[in-house]
Design a binder for this molecule. Structure first.
Ligand SMILES: [Zn+2]
Length: 350
């Protein structure tokens, strides 16, 4: 090959190397195609939902509060995206946020939201939704703003923890049966799931000993086998911070009522955990405070980490049986337990 044609070939190769990535890059740039914002009420939660439609899947984005200089600003950088034809600045509802601004920074689309309160984990949520052909919705970036009260079902101070939740009884073991045939195993599962959801929303890794109506070991197990099977979830999961068993109380006298918490004092942390759980439940459930008690309950004694067993209320009491079946009360108790856990971590210094 002649020297000149060799150079020509090199040039062509170089040109291709330069062109191919920039062409594919241009093709993969997302554009904003729609914008929508509205105040939404879900249950007892009111919030502003912002939907930013894009003409392709949203690959990656980064969310940050702007810290000291601009505490009320929430910034979201979307990779490989640009503003498209939407307006640069959009006025929002003013209750949750003032404005939203778009800024192209080359490879990224920067979205800046001027919130009415300092941007903190508890008062915003950002996530993506895939294209939904049936609903006629494009790929979307969703920003939810919750205002001063924060997001229900989010508790600060729990991020990074690992917690085992043990819904008492299940399967062949009904637990106590109360008012109107209400079964303890059903209530403990419902409340446990609500606690799980709050904890997961708050950045906790949750392990459930059961997630449906079943025996954990098996229907023919002895009590010790069944309870050890629950304890094992704590032993075999790395770095578990707390083992929490959820039960309902029962008594032969229908007048017995109130909330209480049990622990086995294998370390000083067990009692501290019980006290904080009890305080959280009393604050939110507003039942009579029966206090915390030491007991030799299997799951508390054999767990290798701080453990507690909560008795939400009396399933055999008319008023409390009805409360235990009521979703609002279940929500409150779950919130109280989650806050109790956060307060325990703060107090324990662990
Ligand atoms: Zn029980």
């Amino acid at each position: 090959m002649k020297k000149s044609s060799c150079w020509q070939l090199l040039w062509i190769v170089a040109l291709c190397l330069w062109l191919i990535p920039s062409l594919t890059f241009a093709a993969s740039m997302r554009k904003v195609t729609s914008f929508q914002s509205q105040v939404v009420t879900e249950g007892r939660q009111r919030f502003l939902r912002i939907e930013i439609g894009m003409n392709g899947p949203i690959n990656d984005y980064e969310v940050k509060g702007d810290g000291i200089l601009n505490p009320n600003r929430l910034t979201i950088d979307v990779d490989q995206a640009e503003k498209g034809d939407v307006r640069t600045e959009i006025l929002l509802d003013r209750q949750f946020a003032k404005t939203l601004r778009f800024q192209d920074t080359g490879k990224k689309l920067r979205i800046m939201v001027g919130m009415q309160v300092p941007a903190a984990d508890r008062n915003y949520r950002v996530y993506t939704l895939e294209k939904d052909r049936r609903a006629g919705k494009p790929h979307r970036l969703i920003i939810e703003l919750y205002g001063e009260g924060g997001r229900r079902g989010h508790v600060a101070g729990l991020k990074g923890r690992t917690i085992v939740i043990d819904p008492g009884h299940g399967g062949s073991d009904t637990g106590a049966v109360g008012v109107g045939g209400l079964r303890e195993k059903d209530v403990t599962l419902e409340v446990s799931k609500k606690v799980r959801d709050i904890l997961e929303n708050s950045g906790v890794t949750v392990v459930m000993t059961r997630e449906d109506d079943r025996d954990v070991y098996g229907p023919t197990a002895t009590d010790a086998q069944e309870l050890q099977a629950r304890v094992n979830y704590g032993s075999y999961t790395p770095n578990v911070d707390v083992f929490l068993s959820i039960h309902c109380n029962a008594y032969t006298s229908a007048s017995s009522n109130g909330t209480e918490t049990y622990y086995y004092p294998k370390t000083w942390l067990d009692g501290l955990l019980a006290q904080n759980l009890q305080a959280g439940m009393i604050q939110h459930g507003d039942r009579r405070d029966r206090g915390v008690h030491e007991a030799r309950f299997y799951v508390c004694r054999h767990s290798t980490m701080p453990a507690a067993l909560v008795e939400l209320a009396f399933i055999t009491n008319y008023v409390e049986g009805n409360l235990l079946a009521d979703e609002d009360f279940q929500d409150e108790m779950a919130q109280g337990i989650a806050e109790g856990l956060a307060n325990y971590f703060a107090a324990s210094g662990t």
